[in-house]
Design a protein. Structure first.
Length: 560
């Protein structure tokens, strides 16, 4: 074993071999592709083994030229774990020590086997960073060629920037990018920084993959764009949307909510004619629970950009959340006319159809979204929820277990599996899964999961009940009109056997757009309310409203 890391070309630990001579990681003879940041992170952990590296030390090693937050490091550790098939709850490779840092668990064997000149060849096809050409070691003729090329590049870049400025004055600064990328309307009377714009477009591409780690990478790209151009409105809008998605889809924190609204207003400050800025504000309002404000902001965005699929799709979703299904279907139709393969719009259509009671059609639309994008986990989640509504609990469990076989310990899929056990009558198993989500350090449990874990426990502390009730009422008193807050309050009061208040908040939830009749009728905590006249009136009113919303939708045959 060699003690001098400068002579080491290969590290062997457990079933893995890290060959830094060629920049590759192997399990047996199979290559494991790593993005450059993950590769750098693994090298740092291996080279320091068995010592512990603090978070600050890791950030300085892997991101020497940047200032990043703890969350970026945590997400990169999470991505590396996934590549290694490591489990944070029972780690085999990487140990996290709370408040101190990370270290590699296995014993590391160091070898020096030089087959050719020891230059690191990293697979750039898996890269999520770019080589810094300015800092490459160049000598002789190549240094001269590099300098000449750099000067030529700068001259051409200046000419292109001048051309862009003149051309944009006549065309209101509209930039058309390739068909793979969205059309981007650039700030009027602004000389564009092409590097900043490129970072923005890369961030947008990652954001649209709708996966947690990609969302974190998107935030990194948007921040890079702002470093290059501190007044680029689009980058602030992108940051706002990414933080909204972090909160809505990946169980982010209240800090994400604050950042989402703040960045949206910064985007509007730098360009008040930007559809992206108002759309970002609309999304931020939505995740904050302010649906009416969200609709207003989206409508402003639509005036500025009438053919933006995301804006149209969001409007359909929010109207559906409010129980305005006929209006929602019209927006779904418009979104799909703009892009028939937009998976988000397809899932939104399925949700609206389920709300109207068209379960078979809803299932078709969810499966269509999964066929187009198998890793869009929200589609799988809603398909399983539909199966629960139909009391097809066995199939729901299979749906979620199949997803979990690919995405281990994913909080949304675990929540769906917990629901399938809970509503099928296996309260204990459901509670265990809800609690597993809460105990998972890799993700933050949603409000609904925390409440279900509490209410399905054998012993429920009164203090926790009181705290949840206060939090939900505070949200409503601060202007939230999200039905989920009222529905969860109804659950808490039903658990406390305060039936009058339970029905009162169910009524409020329905008025705010809650339309899942099955979820009310089948919930064990609401079973003792069925004898109450007010409860019976509520269910009858929901069915009547569903019938009214169904009238005339035969004219909207697109969803069939």
């Amino acid at each position: 074993m060699l003690n001098n890391n400068n002579n080491v070309t290969r590290y062997i630990f457990e079933d893995l071999t890290l060959d830094i001579q060629i920049g590759m990681l192997f399990r047996d003879k199979n290559k494991i592709a790593l993005p450059k940041l993950s590769y750098d992170l693994l090298v740092a952990l291996v080279e320091s083994s068995p010592a512990l590296l603090s978070q600050q030390e890791l950030m300085e090693i892997v991101w020497p030229d940047r200032v990043i937050g703890d969350e970026t490091l945590k997400q990169r550790i999470k991505l590396l774990r996934k590549s290694l098939s490591d489990n944070a709850s029972a780690p085999k490779y990487i140990e996290a020590i709370r408040g101190r840092g990370y270290r590699l668990l296995p014993e590391v064997k160091r070898e020096c086997i030089i087959n050719k000149a020891p230059s690191v060849i990293v697979d750039l096809s898996a890269n999520d960073r770019f080589p810094d050409l300015a800092n490459m070691q160049l000598t002789g003729l190549w240094r001269k060629i590099y300098k000449m090329g750099l000067v030529s590049f700068l001259v051409i870049a200046c000419l292109l920037s001048l051309y862009t400025y003149v051309y944009s004055s006549n065309k209101e600064n509209e930039l058309l990018v390739s068909s793979r990328k969205p059309q981007v309307i650039i700030q009027k009377d602004k000389i564009m920084n092409n590097i900043a714009l490129d970072y923005y477009l890369k961030g947008k591409d990652y954001y649209k993959r709708y996966r947690e780690i990609d969302n974190v990478i998107a935030i990194e790209f948007f921040n890079k764009a702002i470093i290059e151009d501190p007044e680029l409105s689009l980058a602030y809008a992108g940051l706002s949307q990414a933080h909204s998605q972090q909160l809505f889809q990946f169980n982010g924190s209240s800090e994400d909510k604050i950042k989402a609204i703040d960045y949206a207003y910064q985007a509007i400050t730098y360009d008040n004619n930007s559809a992206e800025s108002y759309k970002a504000l609309g999304i931020a309002y939505y995740v904050s629970g302010w649906l009416s404000k969200s609709i207003d902001a989206h409508l402003k965005a639509l005036v500025l950009s009438p053919s933006n699929t995301e804006t149209v799709s969001n409007l359909g979703f929010i109207y559906s959340e409010q129980g305005q299904f006929k209006k929602a279907l019209k927006w779904h139709q418009k979104a799909l006319e703009l892009n028939s393969k937009h998976v988000v719009s397809i899932v939104h259509t399925g949700q609206t159809l389920a709300g109207l009671g068209h379960y078979s059609l809803a299932e078709i639309w969810y499966k269509k979204a999964i066929d187009l994008q198998p890793d869009y986990i929200l589609a799988t989640f809603h398909l399983g929820q539909l199966q629960i509504e139909l009391k097809n609990f066995t199939q729901a469990k299979k749906t979620y277990q199949s997803g979990l076989s690919l995405y281990q310990n994913h909080s949304l899929l675990l929540e769906g599996l917990a629901d399938s056990y809970f509503y099928s009558g296996d309260i204990k198993k459901g509670q265990q899964l809800y609690q597993k989500i809460i105990n998972n350090k890799e993700s933050k449990a949603s409000e609904g999961v925390k409440i279900m874990a509490l209410l399905s426990a054998e012993k429920v502390p009164e203090l926790q009940l009181t705290l949840f009730i206060k939090q939900l009422k505070d949200a409503l008193n601060q202007g939230s009109d999200k039905a989920s807050h009222s529905y969860n309050l109804a659950l808490l009061y039903a658990f406390k056997n305060q039936d009058v208040l339970a029905v009162r908040y169910l009524v409020q939830a329905v008025e705010q757009g809650f339309f899942n009749i099955s979820r009310i009728e089948s919930h064990p905590l609401f079973s003792h309310l069925k004898a109450l006249n007010n409860y019976k009136k509520l269910i009858a009113n929901m069915k009547k409203k569903q019938s009214l919303e169904n009238e005339g939708i035969e004219n909207l045959m697109f969803f069939k």
